[in-house]
Design a protein. Structure first.
Length: 237
């Protein structure tokens, strides 16, 4: 197998330049761009709902939202949305700039998470729980692949991560790890579900988003992409 063929089988390390990509302002997008944005974010929220309903552990930020929901009268969709708003307020001292995609991220994922929890499968045996988690991670990968190619601004949690990285000149990986460990720990103490699903998410979400970007690029007929250095390194909305 040649190097070119092998590279096409590996996860993408960059964001493909699609025909629906927004150029210019982060606050304006063509109708097709907005449709792709909403579909991608809805799929992302659906994937998170699959993880919640599987009952064996969810992603770190959803552990936090789930813990808040357990300790309050609010639904997990509401606590996920409220967390996004608080995170956006933290952007202000970091001088991060949001976009239409940033606001849509907070609203659409929270709505999708709440709706899809009600209608998604709720397996009770490990033989079905693990496949449900894997399906959820795959949906998050495809959703991210669609959302990231619209170029309408980073998600709230992404902007917090990169804002801390740029403001304090700290390496990105420790910043991301520190944030996710912090919200995971607090969410777990509040009663959020941590388990095998959380481990699978941590191990597989990166490759899932990489393959999601590759699939989206192939479907869009894209033959070029942004170099890795120009891409916001966020694979969790």
């Amino acid at each position: 197998m040649t190097g070119g063929r092998l590279s096409r089988l590996l996860p993408s390390r960059s964001v493909p330049l699609t025909r629906w990509r927004s150029e210019g302002s982060r606050w304006r997008g063509r109708p097709g761009t907005l449709i792709i944005l909403v579909i991608g974010l809805w799929l992302f929220g659906t994937g998170e709902a699959f993880l919640v309903n599987a009952g064996i552990g969810v992603s770190p930020w959803t552990v936090f939202a789930e813990g808040l929901a357990i300790q309050s009268p609010f639904s997990i969709g509401m606590t996920y949305f409220a967390t996004s708003i608080v995170v956006l307020l933290l952007w202000i001292p970091l001088k991060e700039k949001p976009g239409l995609g940033t606001i849509a991220n907070a609203v659409v994922i929270a709505l999708s998470l709440q709706v899809m929890i009600l209608i998604s499968p709720t397996p009770t045996s490990l033989g079905w729980q693990v496949p449900t988690v894997l399906a959820g991670i795959a949906l998050i990968g495809i959703g991210s692949g669609l959302y990231l190619t619209t170029n309408l601004g980073p998600g709230p949690r992404d902007g917090l991560m990169t804002g801390i990285h740029l403001r304090f000149r700290k390496p990105l990986t420790p910043v991301r790890l520190g944030l996710e460990l912090a919200v995971l720990s607090i969410g777990w103490l509040l009663g959020g579900t941590v388990g095998l699903g959380t481990v699978l998410f941590a191990l597989l979400v990166g490759p899932s988003v990489g393959y999601g970007l590759r699939v989206v690029g192939a479907l869009a007929g894209s033959s070029s992409s942004l170099p890795p250095g120009e891409v916001r390194p966020e694979f969790e909305a």
